[in-house]
Design a protein around this ligand. Sequence first.
Ligand code: NMX
Ligand code: MLT
Length: 443
Amino acid sequence: MDPLKQKFQEKSSELKSEIKALLKEQGNTIVDEVRLSQVFGGMRGVKSMIWEPSQLDPIEGIRFRGYSIPELRELLPKIPGSKEPLPEALFWLMLVGEIPTIKQIHWLMDQWISRSVVPEHTFKMLDALPENTHPMTQFSLAITSMQTDSVFAERYAKGMRKSDYWDATYEDTMNLIARLPRVAAYIYRRTYHNGDHIAPDISLDWGANYAHMLGIEDQDFKSLMRLYLTIHADHEGGNASAHATHLVGSTLSDAYYSLAGGMNALAGPLHGLANQEVIKWIMKMLDTLGTHTPTKDQITDYVNSTLASGQVIPGYGHAVLRQPDPRFIAQKRFAEEYIKDSEIINVVWDCFEVIPGILKGLGKVKNPWPNVDAHSGAILVHYGLKEYSYYTVLFGVSRALGVLSQLCWSRALGFPLERPKSVTTKWVTEYLSEEKVHANQAE
Ligand code: NMX
Ligand code: MLT
């Protein structure tokens, strides 16, 4: 058994026994209560799922296995000459809860290189799609098309024991993550560069090789990719892409089907597609105003006109966070350090000064601060990756790390089919009138 799998097996069997004892002793303990507004309001805040790789605090933001983003930048192993954390290292941390050594990371890099061959039919399938197919549609289809290689599906069909599900899921997870940069870069080059594809460079790490296959060789861009692929990787389990992956996976759909489900959720404008919407909105603003250097007053007027036309301001607000997103701050820090003077990045920073005040003034927006998507596009534009309809694919490649590491845990811990209860509005009104009767009787 490989060393990461061995470690995962040890850690997950330990936790499985702990959970068994916990549920035996405390299974009936109430950990939350649900208000009617939550039932109608997208289940905000309802504790209803276990998610091991990360947890989100509304004020502090995301912590991966307890570590904040600045802590990860400090502690995770790096490529010599780069100051940014390696997504490979974050995957290791999320999967087994330990910061890996550089030796372990080199082992993981070799593993992913040896597993990175994409089936020929996936390329053929992509080539058969119209070139204007949205990159997220291509990405989702490409992931589903590789399901032909699922170790889980193959072993399940042969009658795999339940106690071996985690093993097959681990194999699928490793294979799928290894292939994603190649698939994602293929989509980029076929859509925007006439199918002029770039062969992988197996001497590079996962993020740098992805940058290379996209066609951007700037060393700073490679550093950006390492950071980008690290900070987008996970945001606890309730976000739509994680939850969708988890829900699909709970039916024992394999990692390919599950991740494709998650990516279809990520493709929505309230979720991952917001990264393309932000830059689209900024470009339209600059175009409308006829300047690359708008004043704060001009931005204010443009924001108000967007709101007046009944649209949201993309990149602002969050279902959980109540402070500027630390992932936004991490990108701002990167831009301050690596990019000295960029007009488009200055616009993002001016928006950061202007937009929260306007959103606060609406009186209904719970979080007026920028989220991860408010910053990413401007940095990508700076390095020449200007095709904004591609941006959500980058998010998706990263998100696979978190949601698939949890899928391994869900299999190892034997989590059941997810099946919450729904009710009709009629049921609610009847329930409320019964409650009223009981309250009156009690008086
Ligand atoms: N611009 C304008 N209105 C907003 C915004 C915004 N950025 N954010 C929230 N609101 C409105 C929201 O539409 C709702 O209005 P109404 O009652 O008329 O329906 C009201 O404020 C209350 O919403 P909240 O409870 O603050 O937010 P909720 O938890 O429902 O939604 C988002 C969270 C992220 C969907 C929401 O803030 C939004 O639409 N933001 C813009 C899209 C975006 O940036 N999404 C990316 C999120 C991060 N990610 O990568 O997934
Ligand atoms: C995410 O990264 O998934 C988003 O910030 C959305 C969320 O956490 O709900």
